[in-house]
Write a protein that binds this ligand. Sequence first.
Ligand code: SF4
Length: 318
Amino acid sequence: MMPKGATLQKVKDPQDRRYAITPEIPGGFVKPEFLRKLADAAEQFGGVLKCTSAQRIMITMLKEDDVEKVWQLLGIEPKAAPANCVRSVKMCPGDVFCKRGKQDSIKLGMILDKRYSKQEMPSKMKFGVAGCLNACGDTRMKDVGAIGYETGWTIYVGGSGGAHPRIGDELAKDLTTDEALRLIDIVVRYYKRHAGIERMGTFIERIGFPLFSEAVLAEYKQAPGTETSAAAPAISTPSAPQPVALARGQAVTHESLIGDIIRVYPEAIPALRNMGMACLGCPSSAGESVANAAGIHGMSADKLVAEINAAIKGGSAK
Ligand code: SF4
């Protein structure tokens, strides 16, 4: 059983699983007294502190029985976030602190963090906000990025890093902070309504950027408060055929890819999630075989195959 608010680390010994917790630190701003608590908790429970790419501080290498005690010491009630949700809003110091800043990235970033952090999405999602075109923090490689210029914000959509890196497409420019927020709200609504289990960039590539931008900008151009939601995309460019080595009616094996299982047997998704496979929208998990996924999660591949096949038949292997 996964301790609440923790993520499983690399399983080296199935009898001694280790976990990490990563408290929210919006914008990477942290008070000295909270830093002391983090240090005390790590010292007391033999944890290792690690700064993450999302401007947080992780305590890793914790034992299962210690996770709850660490949350208590930090004075935080752990929450289980949805598997596919807004993971982070990464913001640079912007014109408040940085001499090159052209816009207030902290103000925009903090509003986005408050509005969207941990909100459920079709896949994992990351925001980036930068105060100038230097775009510190890989802003154009976020699902939604905002970069500040003298003339206002430019909004990019569909960026990602990882196994399938993609530079975000420019959607609109010269926006005020309020206009940027309104456009981002429309983009997120459209993505939530019409995407499958896929990152924003994959969704955009599937339906085509012209279709995506036309739909969200048409909604944006309506008077605020009177918008009618953009209709589902009438896809004009068929998605690239994806090689699927699994057909409906075939049993899942150790070699079946997680991505194929999700596409061919979507009814197996809840069972996969119940078994701790949280990252079903993640490109790297989609390319893993069942045997690989079992190894990563420290579980028996035979049991995982049996559970998936039982879920496909509408039952449980137990
Ligand atoms: S993106 Fe620009 S404003 Fe932000 S930290 Fe980098 S140089 Fe400074």
